[in-house]
Design a protein around this ligand. Structure first.
Ligand code: FES
Length: 73
């Protein structure tokens, strides 16, 4: 089964349960889910407002870019 999930977060969610913060991936590109591994930073160079980027199964490379009909920007 394939799934196209609409993600528009551009950074992690910060959680402060202890002394040291934990960053939870909200962009869906981390290779270490559920933790943010910084992959969202590289995505900023490839992703443009109003565009929908479709990634490969490994969540490493953009394989298609479409106009984003759901964009509200
Ligand atoms: S928010 Fe997803 S890798 Fe950082």
């Amino acid at each position: 089964m394939a799934r196209l999930i609409y993600h528009d977060a551009t950074g992690p969610a910060r959680v402060d349960p202890q002394d040291k913060p934990i960053f939870i991936c909200m962009c869906g590109l981390s290779q270490d889910l559920p933790r943010c591994d910084g992959s969202h930073k590289a995505a900023r160079q490839n992703e443009q407002p109003g565009k929908l980027c479709i990634y490969d199964k490994a969540r490493r490379s953009v394989i298609e870019v479409r106009d984003d009909s759901e964009a509200t920007d």
